[in-house]
Design a protein around this ligand. Structure first.
Ligand SMILES: [Zn+2]
Length: 416
């Protein structure tokens, strides 16, 4: 196809992703947006120089971003099971399938927060060289965890400060664009306690210093309030889950406002990963819910969702900025994160849309390249039927997807 292209739509998001530009067109040259103009003002002979695509009565947004992908997670069985037992060949096929499927849903950028090095870096190389189709990818490769800690089966197990620094350096050497560290235990790992911190603040700080020395951001998983406090003390760039479980199972949650305030002051991002909760609530409503995962032994009696949501509202009110990450391999329902922000936290729909586009871009360090429809940005676009600003559920699987100026899906039909 021509390197020059025009994409016209009934509604195009403006440069702030805060309002629609009616009947506008995005003009692209060599993968970059060169202008956004009213369709009626395009030169009448533009078809002579540009491939023209009328996307129709759709809402055109920047391509979606999900900051919490796991390329090896399969759709067909429990994720942790698959990671323990799938062959390397199966994991590569799963990753390839997930990447294509997610691109077709409208996701043009993903950040992988934990997959085996042997899968991650060959896949990234294939994507970057155009060998396989898929979104732009930033990847952590193997996470860093303590021995027997959260995600140990696909992580680098590192206990001391020296071990952790070495693990970070190894990921950098392999090509990691981000470091993932498990600051607390997690639900998927029976030997790791979700209510307890895995590292003290000094050890996390050593990891932060080492990652930043190499120019790589660092992201931490934590479900524990002690873990959040350590992440804030250590200056972790992005805190995933950011749940506030008390270290004692009878203690419920252990939120503290001073830590949340400091997190906001330090500009640390959080991802409450409540898209999954949104999907679970939907499934319970229509009776399609599968058996919920058993509660981790260390969590004890679980805390009602509403209590977690209350803490997230307080964090957000304090100025902590949230990203959108579904945490999985098949992210075709990634927009449930935006639904959750609108429906469960009460955000304005445009703010919920920005979480999955420009906020995510900024949080992963690509805010100058992707995440908004504006002159000079990469032409990653996703078109949706209906109007997500009026009805957030219209932000769903994209009807058309454009990747760096090249259409990969048009009106529901895959082109790759
Ligand atoms: Zn995850």
């Amino acid at each position: 196809m021509s390197e020059k292209a025009v994409f016209s739509a009934r509604r195009v998001a403006n440069g702030e992703t805060a309002a629609w530009l009616p009947d506008h067109s995005v003009v692209v040259d060599s993968g970059v947006i060169t202008g956004v103009t009213p369709t009626a003002q395009l030169p009448s002979d533009i078809g002579a120089t540009h491939a023209t695509h009328d996307l129709g009565d759709v809402s055109l947004l920047p391509g979606l971003i999900d900051v919490h992908f796991h390329m090896e997670f399969t759709r067909h069985k429990g994720a942790v099971d698959a990671l323990m037992t799938d062959s390397p060949e199966t994991r590569i096929m799963t990753a390839t399938d997930n990447l294509r499927r997610n691109l077709m849903a409208g996701l043009t950028t993903l950040r992988d927060l934990g997959s085996r090095n042997e899968t991650t870096f060959p896949i990234k190389e294939a994507l970057d060289s155009g060998g396989i189709p898929g979104p732009r990818l930033i990847a952590a490769g193997s996470p860093v965890t303590i021995t027997a800690g959260h995600m140990w089966s696909f992580s680098t197990q590192a206990d001391s400060v020296d071990d952790v620094v070495r693990a970070v350096r190894r990921q950098v050497r392999l090509g990691a664009g981000v470091i993932k560290i498990a600051a607390s235990g997690g639900r998927g790992t029976p030997t790791a306690n979700p209510r307890r911190a895995q590292y003290d603040a000094d050890t996390l700080k050593a990891a932060v210093t080492e990652a930043h020395r190499s120019g790589v951001p660092i992201v931490a998983h934590t479900l524990a309030a002690d873990g959040v406090r350590n992440c804030v003390e250590a200056g972790i760039d992005h805190v995933i889950h950011a749940k506030w479980y008390h270290r004692d199972p009878s203690g419920g949650l252990d939120y503290d406002q001073a830590t949340a305030d400091r997190m906001a002051e330090q500009g640390q991002w959080a991802d409450p990963t409540i898209g999954r909760a949104r999907l679970q609530l939907d499934a319970e409503k229509d009776n399609s819910a599968t058996k919920p995962a058993p509660i981790h032994w260390a969590v004890g009696v679980d805390v009602p969702l509403e209590e977690h949501l209350d803490k997230y509202r307080r964090m957000h009110d304090a100025g902590v900025r949230f990203t959108a990450g579904l945490d999985g391999g098949d992210l075709t329902e990634s927009t449930a994160c935006s639904w959750a922000y609108s429906e469960l936290l009460g955000w304005d729909n445009w703010a919920a849309i920005r979480s999955a586009t420009q906020d995510n871009a900024e949080a992963i360090g690509l805010g100058n390249n992707v995440g908004v429809i504006r002159q000079g940005m990469v032409a990653d676009l996703a078109a949706f039927k209906g109007d997500p600003a009026a009805n957030i559920r219209d932000l769903s699987v994209a009807a058309s997807v454009v990747q760096a100026g090249t259409p990969v899906k048009l009106n529901g039909e895959s082109l790759i």
